[in-house]
Structures are given as C-alpha cells and as structure tokens.
Design a protein around this ligand. Structure first.
Ligand SMILES: [Zn+2]
Length: 57
C-alpha cells in the first residue's frame, strides 16, 4: 500500500494522513504517484484515441 503514503510539502516527512502533516500541519501531496497516475494516463490516452477516432468517422 505504498501509494497511501503522503509527503508533507513543508517538512518533507512521510505520513499516512490524507489531509495534512501530523508534525507541522502542512499540506501533503502524493510523493510518487504509482498505479493511480498510470491508470489515469492510460485512461486519458484511451479517451484521446476515442476522440480522434470519432473525429475521423
Ligand atoms: Zn510537515
């Protein structure tokens, strides 16, 4: 479950909290988007392909 980790944008600490850093209260971000971004990119790619196919038809 690595992708559940968040990294604080302020102090750089890793946390499992989704909303903010438990240490400094800073905003958290996903450190290295793993599967989700891959799926998202693939989905976007498919959508683009579908749009192109529709434009040609
Ligand atoms: Zn922090």
């Amino acid at each position: 479950m690595v992708w559940l980790l968040r990294q604080c944008t302020k102090c750089g600490r890793y946390t499992l909290r989704q909303d903010r850093c438990p240490v400094c209260g800073g905003a958290v971000k996903i450190p290295h988007p793993a599967k989700f971004s891959m799926d998202d990119r693939y989905r976007r790619y498919k959508l683009k392909m579908r749009r192109m196919a529709r434009a040609e038809a």
